[in-house]
Write a protein that binds this ligand. Structure first.
Ligand SMILES: Nc1nc2c(c(=O)[nH]1)N[C@H]1C(S)=C(S)[C@@H](COP(=O)(O)O)O[C@H]1N2
Ligand SMILES: [Mo]
Length: 356
C-alpha cells in the first residue's frame, strides 16, 4: 500500500473541493476557489446557475419563425453536423453581487460564479443557414425546456434572445453544444443540448434548448426585459450582454499569512471585449500600479493567466489589488457600477495578506 503524505492529502482535498452551494432548489452553486487555479474547470467544479427545477428534454430542437424552411433536428442529427470545440469562460452576470452596496436582491453570489469548460457543438450559424432566415429578422429567441413558478409569476419558462447579427455570424462561434469537457452534458449544465455564446454573460447560453425561433420583433419576456437587465438609476435600462473586463487574484488566498520573501501573485483575467491587454497590480492603497506578466489567451473566449513577483519584505498587513484592461480600452472601475438587480459588478478586487 502506498502512503500519502499530509501535504499530498491536502493537495487532493484542494483539487477535489466541492461546489459551494448558494441555493439547493433550484440548485445554484459557485466554484470552489481552487477551481480558478486551472485553465479548464473540471465539470463537477463548474458553477451552476438554474432558475427552475431540472427539466426533461428529449434532445430535439425546432427551428421556426421567420424562416424559409422550418427544421426539427434530433440530437443525432446535430451531432452529425461539423463539430466546433471551444474553451469558453462563462460568468454569471450576478457574480460579485455580494459586494454591491446597498445590497441588491437576487442570489448572493460571491466571486466564483465563473468557470471555463471545453464545449463541443454545431455552429448555430450553420443550422440557421439551413433554415434560411428572413431578411427582416432582428432577433433569434432561444427557448429552454425548464419552467415553473418564478417570483410573482405562477408559471414561466426560460427564453432569451440574441441579435440576428450575432446569431448569423460564423466567427461568433455560437454553439449548439452537446459535450462539456469531452463528455455529454450533464443535467445541471443543460443536457442534452444547450446554447454556448462565447464572450457573453452566462444568461445568453440557454440550457436544455428546445426551440430556436427567428423573429422580426424584439422579445418581451421576463428573462429578456425584466431580469438580466441593468436597471440604471440615471439612464435607460439595458439587457446584460458581453462580459465586463475583470481580473481575479487566485494566489495568495485572501487573509493568508505568508512568510516574508519573494511572493508570486497570480490570477485570472477575462472580458467579453477581448483579449485582456494588461493587468496591473497595486500593493498599497495608493495609485502605484505594477504591470503583471499576462499570458495570451489559449482560446479567444478563455480566461488568461497573469502573475507578478512581489518582494514582501516588510512584515505587517499588505493590500493587493489587480486591475485588468482589455483591447476595447475598458478598465475595471474601483466602484461597482450599481444597478438595482446587481449585475455586472466588475470592480477591482481588494484583498489583504499578513506578512510575518
Ligand atoms: N434554460 C435555462 N438556461 C439557462 C439558465 C436557466 O435558468 N435556464 N440560466 C442561465 C444563467 S443566468 C447562467 S449564468 C448560465 C449558467 O450555466 P451553467 O449552469 O452551465 O454554469 O446558464 C444560463 N442558461
Ligand atoms: Mo447568470
Amino acid at each position: 500500500m502506498t502512503q500519502t503524505t499530509a501535504h499530498e492529502r491536502e493537495q487532493l482535498d484542494h483539487d477535489r473541493a466541492p461546489l459551494v452551494m448558494i441555493q439547493p432548489a433550484p440548485y445554484n452553486a459557485e466554484a470552489p476557489d481552487s477551481a480558478l487555479d486551472v485553465d479548464i474547470t473540471p465539470t463537477d467544479q463548474h458553477y451552476v446557475r438554474s432558475n427552475f427545477a431540472l427539466p426533461e428534454h428529449d434532445g430535439a430542437v425546432v427551428v421556426d419563425g421567420a424562416v424559409d424552411r422550418e427544421l426539427r433536428l434530433d440530437i443525432d442529427e446535430i451531432r452529425a453536423l461539423p463539430a466546433v470545440d471551444r474553451a469558453v469562460t462563462l460568468e454569471c452576470a450576478g457574480n460579485g453581487r455580494l459586494r454591491q452596496t446597498p445590497l441588491p436582491t437576487g442570489e448572493p453570489w460571491g466571486f466564483n460564479a465563473v468557470s471555463t469548460a471545453r464545449w463541443t457543438g454545431a455552429r448555430l450559424a450553420d443550422v440557421l443557414a439551413q433554415a434560411a432566415p428572413a431578411d427582416d429578422a432582428v432577433e433569434v429567441w432561444f427557448h429552454g425546456a425548464d419552467h415553473g413558478p418564478y417570483q410573482q409569476f405562477e408559471e414561466l419558462s426560460f427564453v432569451r434572445a440574441l441579435p440576428i447579427s450575432v446569431a448569423l455570424d460564423p466567427a461568433a462561434d455560437v454553439l449548439l453544444a452537446y459535450d462539456m469537457n469531452g463528455e455529454p452534458l450533464n443535467l445541471d449544465h443543460g443536457a442534452p443540448l444547450r446554447l454556448i455564446v462565447p464572450h457573453w454573460y452566462g444568461v445568453a447560453s440557454v440550457k436544455w434548448l428546445t426551440r430556436v425561433h427567428v423573429s422580426t420583433t424584439r422579445l418581451q419576456h421576463e428573462f429578456q426585459t425584466g431580469h438580466y437587465m441593468y436597471e440604471w438609476a440615471d439612464r435607460p435600462h439595458e439587457p446584460v450582454t458581453l462580459m465586463r473586463v475583470r481580473a481575479r487574484i487566485t494566489d495568495p488566498e485572501p487573509a493568508a499569512v505568508i512568510p516574508r520573501g519573494t511572493v508570486t501573485v497570480r490570477g485570472k483575467a477575462w472580458t467579453g471585449t477581448g483579449p485582456v491587454t494588461a493587468v496591473d497590480v497595486a500593493f498599497t492603497g495608493e495609485g502605484e500600479w505594477h504591470p503583471a506578466q499576462l499570458d495570451p489567451p489559449q482560446d479567444a473566449s478563455q480566461w488568461q493567466n497573469w502573475s507578478v513577483r512581489w518582494e514582501a519584505t516588510a512584515p505587517g498587513r499588505h493590500t493587493i489589488r489587480a486591475r485588468a484592461t482589455d483591447a476595447a480600452g475598458n478598465v475595471q472601475p474601483d466602484v461597482p457600477p450599481w444597478n438595482r438587480i446587481g449585475y455586472g459588478n466588475n470592480a477591482v478586487e481588494v484583498m489583504y495578506v499578513d506578512v510575518v
